[in-house]
Design a protein around this ligand. Sequence first.
Ligand SMILES: [Zn+2]
Length: 277
Amino acid sequence: MRSERRQKHWRTTAMVASSAGVITAGMAAVVPTSASADPAFQAPVPCGQRWTTSTHSGHADADMLDMISTDGVTRGKPVLASAGGRVTVSTFSNSGGNMIVIDHGGGWQTRYLHLDSRAVGVGVDVGTGRQIGAAGTTGASSGPHLHFEQKLNGAVVQARFNGSLVPRAWSYNQVFVTSNNCGGTPGKYWVDTHADAPGHSSPGGTRTGTLNKGTNYVYCRVWGPKVQVGSDYNHWWMKTDLDSGNPWQNQYVSAYYLSRWGNDVAKDNNGNDLPNC
Ligand SMILES: [Zn+2]
């Protein structure tokens, strides 16, 4: 009972910190929020690339997108996470070929089909722009392209990239998008924390709030005053948005609270060093 109440509390307060709509909560995937919590989707291809978008009569829903590159061959082009979230499907199927599904929380999901290769497995937390595979023509596909879907509560919706609805025609080379998936500004990195962490205005500075235990995003790290409990210590501090506090945005918590790493290490859940602030 106790832990369940605590979990509920976390979910409630976590929504405050999720204005970007991207939340994964520990073991259970998703915070159910209102349908309006659009996770700031970007085109699922590298920054600056121009792709033509279309649909066709074989699609179960006309809002499903087929995309091919206008900058050289499509096959092998990196396919990127359209927004941050957790990989829930990474598999091969006869119809979809190599396919990835990312759960973004709030009922939002994106799907990437016919990939030449897959770069992430189930359970991996990805930030916007993380490469998840390469475009290809596996499964029921007649040529290299990226089949892409944005879904809300199980239904395909007209995709939105960088805040704008994506145009789609009934054939290629009628309408185009240029990717603004430019590394996230600012980038978010997913980390697991083992306890509620006090938030500070600066490394070791004024106490401002709390980052609740669970899976959280952080922006970057900075070296600061050592936090030590027993034999565990860490000099790194991570900039993040707190679950509660005033102010709650762009505050700092000690990397001591990271679940996965040891003394004076500040990496994300994928094992990559956080960028310096
Ligand atoms: Zn398609």
